[in-house]
Each structure stands twice: as C-alpha cells, then as structure tokens.
Design a protein around this ligand. Structure first.
Ligand SMILES: Cc1cc2nc3c(=O)[nH]c(=O)nc-3n(C[C@H](O)[C@H](O)[C@H](O)COP(=O)(O)O)c2cc1C
Length: 221
C-alpha cells in the first residue's frame, strides 16, 4: 500500500475481529514507526503493548470500573473547552455517528454502546499504550503524535486497523500496575490494533476534513 492510499483509507476502527495479531507483525509495525522524527532525535516515546490474557485482564478491569461508575482520570489533563470552530466540528462528528448508529439502535442503546465499546477497547486483540516522561513539553507530545500516525499507517501495510483513543487510558493506575509503567511516565494515549470487522455498523463512519484552501494559505507559487 502506498502512503497516500494509507492516509486516505485509515479510519478509526471501533469494532475488531477476534483474530489475534502475530507478535512478529506487531514488531514490524513498531520498528517502522520507530523511524519517526523527533526533536533532537530524543525519541521521547515508550510503548507498552498488551495482548493475550494480560489484555483480557485489563479489558475486564476497565469494564468493571466503568459499570461501577468509577470516574476515569487520565494522567494528562483533558481539554475543558474548545475554540468555537473546533467545538462545532466535534459536535458534527458526534451527530454523524449518532445518525448512522440510529439506523440500528435506539437513543439509549447508542449512548451505552458507544461508551461500552470504548471501555472494552473495541474488542481489539492488541492495545499499544503510548507513554512519555511527565516533565516533557508540548514539543515531545508532537513527537508522540507523529509516532502514533506512523504506527497507524504502518499497520495498514499489514492489513491491520487501528483506533487511537483517550478512553483506553481512563484508568491509568490499572494499566500502570499491569504493564509495569514507571510513575514518572504519563500514559498518554492508547491505540487499539487488530483486524477490523468491516460488517460492523461502528466501522461504517468516514469523517470529512476541512477544505485544504481553508487549512493552508499558499503564497509565492
Ligand atoms: C488523541 C485522540 C484521541 C481520541 N480518542 C478517542 C476516543 O476516546 N474514542 C473514540 O471512539 N475515538 C477517539 N479518537 C478518534 C477520533 O474521534 C477520530 O480520529 C476523528 O473523529 C477522525 O475520524 P477518523 O480517525 O475515522 O478519520 C481519538 C483520536 C485522537 C487522535
């Protein structure tokens, strides 16, 4: 798959098949993504990859906490409000998903299912937890973002789908303990990895982007 095709076809996969992902394939994806550039080649990322029984334990723990209404609290602060234009895009994507899901589910079931799918890590057979030292700045976070996209694009080369999700790291203490993540590292984001279930309604949504003439101002050509 060429890079442009990978960029255009990637989407957030919210329903995975149960098929496991071979460890070799995961390593190939991580090795390719590890070529991502970073400030001064500092490579601020540390990755903790969960699969098999260990991931099932985490999934169980996550669902239990969610059902007991344990409040999630990410290691890093989450945005409290968005500038108006971003807020509108956030609302739009939510509405689009709601309309799609309402073809199969009623209102309450949509809210339950959407939350439940997040807390069950979308049933993915692998979850990659992306971490970095808590004292680093936004520029290192930039490096983690670039690494994340590299992993998601590389995954497609192997026919795999991904879901980057903050909801995967709502219970960082549980993840930290299970994965032996040092206290000085923030658990920033989870990326679910596996073979997407293309028949699931949760995977039918494709999101739009702003027109490029609005995003980029080109001068001097
Ligand atoms: C940092 C980050 C956090 C996200 N968190 C979640 C999440 O918790 N749950 C979820 O379903 N999707 C999550 N997403 C996926 C976005 O909603 C998705 O990328 C966006 O709507 C664009 O859609 P696309 O990825 O299908 O192109 C997250 C994406 C990013 C980059």
């Amino acid at each position: 798959m060429n890079v442009i095709d990978a960029l255009n076809s990637r989407y957030t996969c919210r329903a995975f098949k149960q098929d496991p992902v071979a460890q070799d394939t995961v390593i190939k994806i991580l090795e390719a993504a590890n070529r991502t550039p970073s400030w001064g080649n500092t490579q601020p990322w540390n990755l903790y990859v969960a699969a098999g029984e260990l991931l099932e334990e985490l999934r169980k723990g996550s669902l239990e906490r969610f059902s007991q209404k344990v409040a999630g609290k990410t290691d890093l602060p989450v945005p409290q409000e968005w500038p108006e234009a971003l807020k509108q895009r956030y609302i739009t994507v939510g509405k689009e998903r709601y309309e799609l899901l309402s073809q199969e589910l009623d209102k309450e079931a949509i809210i339950d299912t959407v939350q439940d799918r997040n807390y069950r890590f979308f049933d993915a057979p692998v979850v990659i937890f992306i971490c970095m030292n808590r004292n680093l700045t936004a520029y290192s976070m930039f490096d983690l973002g670039a690494l994340s996209q590299s992993m998601m694009l590389a995954a497609q080369e192997y026919g795999l789908d991904t879901a980057p999700a903050i909801m995967l790291v709502q219970y960082p203490d549980m993840i930290r303990q299970a994965m032996d993540i040092p206290e000085e590292e923030a658990i920033v984001l989870g990326i679910a990895l596996g073979y997407g279930d293309s028949s699931s309604i949760h995977n039918q949504h494709r999101t739009a982007r702003r027109p490029i003439h609005e995003v980029a101002k080109l001068k001097g050509f």
